[in-house]
Design a protein around this ligand. Structure first.
Ligand SMILES: *Cc1c(COP(=O)(O)O)cnc(C)c1O
Length: 398
């Protein structure tokens, strides 16, 4: 990109963001509460069941199961706790290793660490920005051996106990290829689908390809319950264990308190589920609107010769975060500086996990694509614009 073109593009970007989102500060992603949120919250408060008892939590679980096509869904206090439980249920023990990607939010690696396991970082693909099946296979072929039906790392001699890829910014990674590699090598697959509610790998909802998947309903995700998470699975036994572990491992009894293992107080409160339930009613509309916003950004940036990141052909993104790939780290930094100083929030990727001091001794491959993406990609305004839900209603009435 030539200097003049670059400056012109930066300025045009700010104008376009103002066109879509109006004159005020434009955050990356804000929640929209224009449905039954207040009604359900009031109903929840008036029922007295503001914590995890009552019907809201199970209703929210049913909605997520139905929407994603998963047989079971278990609600948790946040996405991190959902990951923590999924990793325990995959049989990961202290001292084991879990394969993940260097380009992810800290929650993925924190959850691996909570059980005393070590993340191992395998590179992502440039197009999906999620775990690369080619890099995964290469890592397994070169670095592992099988013994007694288990997989071990040649250099650390630790057991390789699971694989946790992530669907970055809502764009599905090559999860089906990853799934067949994990099956071939006998390692459980857990999908960190925290960012990808409403995204599909082919016809299959992300999070439902592996043995377990997790979602997050944090305030910046596509729908929010204030704070919250969900484990999805098609395995009845795993679902039962997830419910048990997230509810202090209490045995069901009308009066007595007996617990049969160390459990967790991880069940989602009813207040959060009430909010989440109201948000679920709008998810379909959010997806339509966010797809239209993504198309606007795609057309805008195409006209400036800049690539926007999207799902692979045949897959569907929820367009949680739109992002662009710029020419260089210098252009990235100039774009970040300019847009944020103009009140249009933009953001680079997370610092790569193996560069954080907690994970600097963890094994990783070349990380070539992850480094490249960190230097070139910027996330841009992706909220549902003000009034868009109402406009959609008007379009539907016509
Ligand atoms: C949001 C997110 C999570 C979960 O975050 P919580 O704040 O604990 O709900 C996990 N992984 C990724 C990649 C995320 O973006």
């Amino acid at each position: 990109m030539r200097m003049n073109d670059k400056k012109a593009m930066f300025k045009a970007f700010v104008d376009e963001a103002r066109e879509i989102y109006g004159p005020d500060f434009v955050p990356l992603h804000r929640p929209v509460f224009e449905g039954n949120e207040m009604d359900y919250l009031r109903e929840c408060v008036e029922s007295n069941f503001v914590s995890s008892m009552g019907s809201f939590v199970t209703r929210f679980e049913e909605e997520i199961a139905t929407f994603t096509g998963a047989k079971f869904a278990v609600a948790t206090v946040n996405g991190t706790s959902a990951l923590h439980i999924a990793i325990i249920l995959a049989g990961v023990n202290s001292g084991d290793e879990v394969i993940s990607q260097p380009l992810t939010f800290i929650a993925t690696c924190n959850a691996i660490s909570y059980v005393g396991a070590y993340p191992v970082f395998v590179d992502v693909d440039r197009d999906t920005m999620g775990l690369s099946p080619i890099a995964l296979r290469l890592f397994l072929e070169n670095n592992t051996f099988s013994k007694g039906g288990e997989l071990y790392n040649k250099s650390s001699l630790r057991r390789v106990a699971a694989c946790v890829p992530m669907h970055t910014y809502g764009n599905p990674c090559r999860i089906k290829e990853i799934e067949s590699i994990c099956t071939e090598w006998g390692i459980p697959l857990i999908e960190d689908a925290a960012e990808s509610l409403g995204s599909y790998a082919g016809h299959q909802h992300t999070g439902t390809v592996g043995a377990m998947g997790i979602f997050s309903f944090n305030g910046n995700k596509i729908i929010t319950s204030g704070g919250g998470g969900m484990i999805v699975t098609n395995d009845a036994e795993l679902a039962k264990r997830a419910k048990h572990l997230t509810t202090t491992a209490k045995l069901s009894h009308s009066t007595e308190f007996v617990h049969d293992e160390i459990g967790y107080n991880y069940r989602m409160p009813g207040l959060c589920a009430a909010l989440g339930l109201a948000q679920m009613e709008k998810l379909g509309d959010f997806l339509i609107i966010k797809s239209a916003v993504a198309k606007k950004w795609h057309d805008f940036f195409s006209s400036h010769g800049v690539l926007t990141n999207n799902a692979l052909k045949g897959d569907i993104s929820n367009h949680w975060f739109n992002s662009v790939t710029l020419d260089s780290k210098t252009v990235r930094d100039e774009f970040l500086e300019y847009s944020n100083s103009e009140g249009i929030m933009t953001r680079p990727f997370w610092e790569l996990m193996p560069r954080l001091k907690m994970f600097k001794n963890c094994q990783s491959d070349s990380l070539e694509n992850s480094k490249w993406l960190l230097d070139h990609v910027v996330a841009i305004s992706s909220s549902v614009p003000d009034g868009a839900l109402n406009n959609l209603k008007m379009v539907e009435k016509k």
